[in-house]
Design a protein around this ligand. Structure first.
Ligand SMILES: [Zn+2]
Length: 435
């Protein structure tokens, strides 16, 4: 028997034995390229001071950041390649906190029609394009909060990206997401018909637990619950009981998965917070009290300002004219959130609007009252902390994965500069370089 075959057989035998004394954590990235690269931008965004540091450089070795600091302080190994980025600001790879890679803008095709009429093959083909657009826009990580009827395709897409089959961001998956039975869409059909839903239904606490376990078993990094929904004439109403959500959070937590809860109403948010959610999405009707509760419990708020903005334009609103009630309410809840000091992670619900336009959320955060440097932290270090990526991503520090983005201009002064993406590196691999 050839030694190589013997080694393979030994490895195969190992695969089925219990592994003890070692965390079975999947690596976030395949091994990166060999060699070192020195990046010389005009400035580097430093998450610790929330400032752009003029004249700093970053040394990348393999897939990791090896050094960062003033040019004089960084020792460059012989043979290192240099990439000049004059006029640009180097940022940690941006993190999208709330995406739907398997959806495209509703003014192209309604959500109902995407879920019911588009074939799975078409939806996957679109998601491959969306993943590339996300990465090229400087978002090297995305937390994808539900395939909306496209099954477990996010798990397969993530694997294809990790294997280098197609370019895309690192994906935190949540697979099908979970709704209370009868509380989601597509709806409005004759009750004789069983209509496929945009998320997996759970009709009682035991079913909910089963669905949580099933989705995790099939590859969910996060569990996504719909904590309320517009069911019937009263508008948005809480759908899961607090105890039901609590049990789902406990089961997920036992399996090492955090929970994200969609909640528009103050009561849905309150239940999610007390149930132990890690993040709460949307919060349109959030009150100062509920944001303070979230702040006290350390739960991250994901405002999704851009989704409301986009949907308002689809309904005929023209930016620059008087803002509709939905946007005014969003401005108020965002202001209340800022005043409560709740941590805010950046997430726009991209997919409702075009992938690659993720920066719209950052522009709106600044427009609605957040300082540009805080917006940058929200899309990098703050999200990394709340998404369990601390020590791997979110800041530019030696030892972290080399996910780095250069944009022309200085986004700490004008956040719109994040749209001027000039260079994208993920895990030490350059995906986009100078125009
Ligand atoms: Zn969403």
């Amino acid at each position: 028997m050839k030694p190589r075959l013997l080694a393979a057989l030994a490895a195969a035998a190992l695969c089925c034995a219990p592994v003890s004394g070692r965390a079975q954590v999947q690596p976030l990235a395949p091994p990166g390229p060999a060699g070192s690269t020195l990046l010389r931008p005009a400035r580097v965004f430093d998450a610790l001071s929330a400032e752009a540091r003029e004249g700093w450089v970053v040394l990348v070795t393999g897939d990791r950041i090896a050094a960062v600091g003033s040019a004089a302080s960084v020792t460059v190994p012989a043979g290192a390649k240099t990439i000049e980025l004059p006029g640009a600001t180097l940022l940690p790879g941006l993190i999208e906190g709330h995406s739907h890679l398997f959806l495209h803008p509703y003014n192209e095709t309604s959500w109902n029609d995407q879920v019911l009429h588009e074939s799975l093959a078409e939806r996957v083909a679109r998601a491959v394009v969306h993943a590339r657009e996300t990465l090229m826009a400087g978002f090297t990580t995305t937390r994808d909060l539900g395939t909306e009827g496209a099954g477990y395709s996010d798990v397969g897409l993530k694997q294809a990206i990790e294997k280098g089959v197609v370019p895309g961001p690192r994906i935190l998956t949540s697979t099908r997401a979970i709704v209370a039975k009868g509380a989601y869409g597509p709806s409005g059909f004759d009750p004789r018909w069983e209509i496929p839903q945009g998320a997996e239904e759970a009709g009682n606490p035991d079913e909910l637990e089963k669905v949580v376990r099933d989705q995790i078993g099939k590859g969910a990094d996060w569990v996504k619950l719909y904590g309320d929904y517009h069911v019937g004439p009263a508008g948005d109403v809480p759908t899961f009981l607090q105890d039901e959500m609590k049990r789902a959070v406990e089961v997920a937590g036992s399996l090492g998965r955090p929970v994200a809860v969609h909640a528009m109403t103050a009561e849905g948010m309150r239940r999610a917070a007390l149930a132990g959610a890690t993040t709460i999405e949307h919060g349109d009707e959030g009150t100062p009290e509920v944001f303070r509760l979230m702040a006290r419990l350390g739960i991250c708020y994901i405002p999704t300002l851009a989704a409301t903005y986009a949907v308002s334009t689809y309904r005929g609103w023209q930016p620059g004219t008087a803002e509709p009630a939905a946007i005014l309410r969003k401005r108020q809840s965002f202001k209340d959130a800022l005043q409560s000091a709740v941590p805010i992670c950046m997430g726009g619900d991209v997919g409702v609007f075009a992938h690659g336009q993720n920066a719209l959320e950052m522009e709106l955060m600044a427009q609605y009252g957040m300082a540009p440097a805080q917006v940058l932290l929200s899309a990098t270090a703050v999200s990394a902390r709340h998404f369990g990526l601390d020590g791997q991503l979110g800041t530019i520090r030696p030892g972290l994965l080399a996910d780095l983005v250069a944009v022309d201009g200085d986004p700490t002064r004008d956040i719109a500069a994040v749209r001027n993406v000039r260079f994208v590196m993920k895990g030490g691999v350059v995906y986009r370089s100078a125009r």
